[in-house]
Design a protein around this ligand. Structure first.
Ligand SMILES: C[S@@+](CC[C@H](N)C(=O)[O-])C[C@H]1O[C@@H](n2cnc3c(N)ncnc32)[C@H](O)[C@@H]1O
Length: 255
């Protein structure tokens, strides 16, 4: 179902009604939400908040767009820390990067910050994650210039990357980045927790990576947890990352 926050403005109600129509679900006025939730078995519901912000709520949490992790990683870099993804990408600043598994877009924002003349194309398979993140990115008003600039260099598309890369032209992106859901989830990584119920858990196959390499001009970067099977199943040129955090990036150079 779709509802609004308390005491909604007219535009919020309109947006909630429109979204309910689009999703083919019921619009419920906020006053009637508690009884609806008691009456019916609702896995999750959309809330149109003030300013039109979209949030998905369920018993265990809520999903909305926020570039918090990108901010933390940029702060770390500015303080002289390392970022293994940024190092592995080896960007010059004018590349076209395909982020095949966009999620909340935190890494895409960070990547786009290093592309003053480039662009990130993001793909997200889950319609719910796509909707919340696409809407959130268009509504979010960054207080920081680098986030604003980075977000302006991102285009998000709802697509299954497996189909998308098979249809893409050879060498059509400089770098392809793929961060599938870990086989061994890091539950303490709270930034991923909100998208877990809605995410697609597709496994990356050898043929997928072959296609990524065909589509990439320079390199393919894959992310996995150290306990995952990805780097046992797929041969990469090198693995970088922190063994302590367990987050690894596999780099395959295009020859
Ligand atoms: C671990 S998250 C990516 C997190 C992202 N790097 C970030 O910084 O927010 C993986 C995302 O990829 C999406 N996904 C999984 N399989 C996909 C596929 N075949 N095509 C496109 N997206 C996919 C999931 O729904 C999920 O949102």
């Amino acid at each position: 179902m779709v509802t609004t926050s308390h005491k909604p403005r007219y535009e919020q109600v309109l947006k909630a009604r429109e979204l309910a129509r689009e999703l083919g679900v019921e619009y419920v006025s906020r006053r009637h939400l508690p009884e609806k939730l008691e009456e019916e078995k609702v896995d999750f519901y959309y809330v149109v908040e003030a300013g039109g912000k979209l949030v998905i709520k369920w018993k265990g949490g809520e999903l909305f767009f926020h570039p918090s992790v990108a901010k933390i990683r940029m702060k770390n870099l500015k303080n002289g820390g390392r970022d293994y993804l940024i190092e592995a990408l080896k960007l010059k600043g004018e590349e076209l990067v395909l982020d095949a598994t966009f999620g909340l877009g935190s890494e895409a924002i960070l990547i786009a910050a290093f592309l003053p003349k480039g662009k990130v194309i993001g793909l997200e398979k889950s319609p719910h994650i796509y909707r919340v993140v696409k809407d959130g990115m268009s509504r979010y008003k960054p207080k920081t210039k680098w986030i604003e600039d980075a977000m302006n260099r991102i285009e998000l598309i709802q697509a299954d990357m497996k189909e998308f890369i098979r249809e893409a032209y050879e060498d059509s992106y400089d770098v392809v980045y793929c961060d599938p859901m870990f086989e061994n989830p890091k539950y303490e990584s709270s930034s991923m927790n909100p998208l877990r119920p809605f995410a697609s858990y597709d496994r990356v196959s050898e043929e997928d990576v072959k296609q990524m390499l065909r589509v990439a001009k320079k390199r393919v970067i894959l992310k996995a947890h150290k306990k995952d099977s990805l780097f046992d199943r797929i041969k990469v040129d090198k693995v970088v990352g922190s063994r302590k955090s367990g987050v690894l990036y596999g780099v395959i150079e295009k020859r």
